[in-house]
Design a protein around this ligand. Sequence first.
Ligand SMILES: *[C@@H]1O[C@H](CO)[C@@H](O)[C@H](O)[C@H]1NC(C)=O
Ligand SMILES: *[C@@H]1O[C@H](CO)[C@@H](O)[C@H](O)[C@H]1NC(C)=O
Ligand SMILES: *[C@@H]1O[C@H](CO)[C@@H](O)[C@H](O)[C@H]1NC(C)=O
Ligand SMILES: *[C@@H]1O[C@H](CO)[C@@H](O)[C@H](O)[C@H]1NC(C)=O
Ligand SMILES: *[C@@H]1O[C@H](CO)[C@@H](O)[C@H](O)[C@H]1NC(C)=O
Ligand SMILES: *[C@@H]1O[C@H](CO)[C@@H](O)[C@H](O)[C@H]1NC(C)=O
Length: 385
Amino acid sequence: MMIQKTGGATCTWKYLGRYKKLGVCAIVVVFLWYGTLAPRRTMVPIWDLQEEEAKNLSGKIVIFAATHYFSAPFKDDFQECHQKFQNVCAISSQRAHFSQASAVIFHSRNINSKVLSSFPFPRRLEIPYVMVAYESPYNAKLEIYKDFFNWTMSYRMDADVFAPYGGLLRNSELVKVNYTEIWKSKTKGTLWLVSNKYVKNKRKELVEKLIENGMKIDLYGKVYDREPENCSQDGGQEGCDEKFQSPYRFTIAFENSNCKDYVTEKFWIKAERYRMVPIVMSRKIYKNLGIPDNMYIAVDDFKTLKEFVEFIKNVSSNEKEYMKYHRWREEFRIAEANHEVFGFCDLCQKLINFKNRTIPRRSYSNLKAWHNEDNCDNSFVDRYL
Ligand SMILES: *[C@@H]1O[C@H](CO)[C@@H](O)[C@H](O)[C@H]1NC(C)=O
Ligand SMILES: *[C@@H]1O[C@H](CO)[C@@H](O)[C@H](O)[C@H]1NC(C)=O
Ligand SMILES: *[C@@H]1O[C@H](CO)[C@@H](O)[C@H](O)[C@H]1NC(C)=O
Ligand SMILES: *[C@@H]1O[C@H](CO)[C@@H](O)[C@H](O)[C@H]1NC(C)=O
Ligand SMILES: *[C@@H]1O[C@H](CO)[C@@H](O)[C@H](O)[C@H]1NC(C)=O
Ligand SMILES: *[C@@H]1O[C@H](CO)[C@@H](O)[C@H](O)[C@H]1NC(C)=O
């Protein structure tokens, strides 16, 4: 009502010509719509609370999702977990399940301390409140949250719940790898498919310097305004056709920042699904995660970029040398995020243990300090430029 009245008054200004009147009117209506109506329609609700009749989850370990994960609900899906977790845990946002929940999860990007103070349930001290933060310290947007959160769930190895973007699991017995088949399928050099240009570590400068030093790299993605054929725009890097990526021997797998334990799907998925050898900036991050040395090639193993480029050329043209970087496949397999024992599968395991009182109570006095930028070092590229 208020809106119509204000708009109407503006539009009756007599000294305006007909078209100006319409223009002013349109501006006012647009302004009011954005200022008052639009945000309420498009904003993700702060608390993900559903009122409808609750599913019967008796006998299950219930994880109460207090927020969405960005704009979508957390998925209640344990199908990719190790069998022993598949029918044990469930994720719910139904109000009625709060009192029986064994944990409450919050996504770091969907809350801040002001919002948190409006969480509409009385505190339950006997169950862990879990901060879910999958992003680097630059993007996770953590605040101090003094003694509110009991557990963290993150790609960091020292998180309470280990939720990496992927990881290695040991095969129960050695797997036969058809090296000839891999070698024959590799008809192209190095791929860099990159969408995000807002980065902290000058990775684009490094790639361009490698090209200056004679390395042949096929550049694709939003950063280069060049989408590969049959790759859906919104599918992002991972939606890309296997046919397009698999022929490449190597992929540039530089992250958007160089932070402790921060290794994302651009490393794991590409090594797993497309059998490309990842090229990374700095060995120590990968070594620290226990990743075998011969699963990737690190630029900082070389004194100069020239030497690095020559090494890649050598390995590319020598079947025996190239296959060294696939030998890990006999001993290990890659599990993706939330598969087998990672992420939500691990949360389920930890909650089983917690019920059995094998995990003591704890809380974080300063979550921001735990996940801050001191865990990152982006100066790496400078020594090569
Ligand atoms: C929920 O299911 C359990 C068995 O799985 C049953 O014992 C219980 O009565 C059910 N509760 C309701 C409210 O239906
Ligand atoms: C390995 O792959 C090649 C080429 O695809 C095929 O000809 C060969 O039979 C395979 N070898 C084994 C042992 O499966
Ligand atoms: C893209 O898809 C079309 C239709 O399926 C196919 O004919 C074409 O070869 C594909 N291009 C590439 C590069 O895979
Ligand atoms: C590349 O191969 C050549 C010839 O085998 C060898 O002399 C050279 O040292 C190799 N370079 C690197 C960086 O491995
Ligand atoms: C709980 O802990 C006890 C003793 O530590 C152990 O014997 C039992 O198997 C555990 N139960 C589960 C479900 O893990
Ligand atoms: C969670 O943290 C609060 C505040 O420090 C504490 O009182 C509570 O016992 C903790 N609960 C668990 C399950 O760790």
